[in-house]
Design a protein around this ligand. Sequence first.
Ligand SMILES: Nc1ncnc2c1ncn2[C@@H]1O[C@H](COP(=O)(O)OP(=O)(O)OP(=O)(O)O)[C@@H](O)[C@H]1O
Length: 366
Amino acid sequence: MDIEISGLTLKYDDFVAVDDISLDVPDGESLVLLGESGCGKTSTMRCIAGLETPYDGHLRIGDDVVFDSVGRKNVAPNRRNVGMVFQSYAIWPDRSVRANVAFGLKAKKASKEQVQSKADQALDMIGLKHLADRGASALSGGQMQRVALARSIAMEPAVLLLDEPLSNLDAQLRVRLRNELRRIQREAGLTSVYVTHDQSEAMALADKIAIMKRGTIVQLGTPQEIYDEPATSYIARFLGMGNVLEISRGTEGTLGLGGVPVTAGTAPTSWENGRALCIRPEQVRLAAPSQAHSSQGAVLTGEVTVSIFQGSDISYEVDCGGLTIQAVVKRAPYGGESVEASVGDKVDVVLSAEEAITVPMDEESK
Ligand SMILES: Nc1ncnc2c1ncn2[C@@H]1O[C@H](COP(=O)(O)OP(=O)(O)OP(=O)(O)O)[C@@H](O)[C@H]1O
């Protein structure tokens, strides 16, 4: 079922944690709330679940208005038909896997056969049917989180809410489980809202990502839109763009990036004051000194200060007159053609006009 959120505001005493948020999540889609710690992701989620009472706004899940400040409507959490999966697994260790999954179904007073078949179906979906009779204490962290997920799915909720469910797992398992989560969400056509501060998790799991900052949504878009076109310098930095450089353009046609004068034969008109130039480390090219030409974009001269071997890539930091540029260069055997440099080497750094984008500069990220 779809979710409609409009004008949602939540206060903790005088502190506004969620500030007039409006969002729609279409039926069967996955929305990810992404942002720095404290930006209001969990608070927004808790409002949808009914665990917090908003100060203002309107919330609808499918045909049911579950909160409305004007109509003074506030449906209790257990009547909202939402499933929740949190960071802590909330598994009963002394019960079997099946009993853990069946718990909510029993509370719903389903028949014994229904409980059994729905629990087994959910376990099958998350790939744990073979462990149905095992005691839950004999499970790994990843398996426990799957059980928690199966328990929510078995209830066939209208909406599934997930708050950093993978953050207690090790890196490899996180990736595996997040891919599985995405498969299950798609297969079951689950409308879901997922909270995370991890951008790669967000990219993998979302149909749409809402980036939050100080209780507001600062960008909403598909993972591709957000990755390719961050709306501001703050978002570009938050997404790990690597090089986000304030542009200063003089009346004489001079150009500065991040406070350092650069040569740029073909600086596009969009490279203007008040904007930041963003370019990912993988898009930065290095050339031997004096070998780069400014017709390619902006050229800076610098010295390699950091060189880190990363298998098929080498990650560099280049000091260009006080400005540090991050570059990741593919090594020749892996399709790369750029120079490989060592710490102390002088290099030219090329920021291609074609590949760089510009975004409005946030005051605070200067
Ligand atoms: N019960 C509460 N009372 C007062 N302030 C709170 C309460 N819960 C959260 N806050 C504050 O509201 C803001 C938003 O918190 P919230 O937990 O929604 O952030 P978040 O984006 O989910 O952060 P994290 O990623 O760290 O979980 C924070 O500044 C937090 O300190």
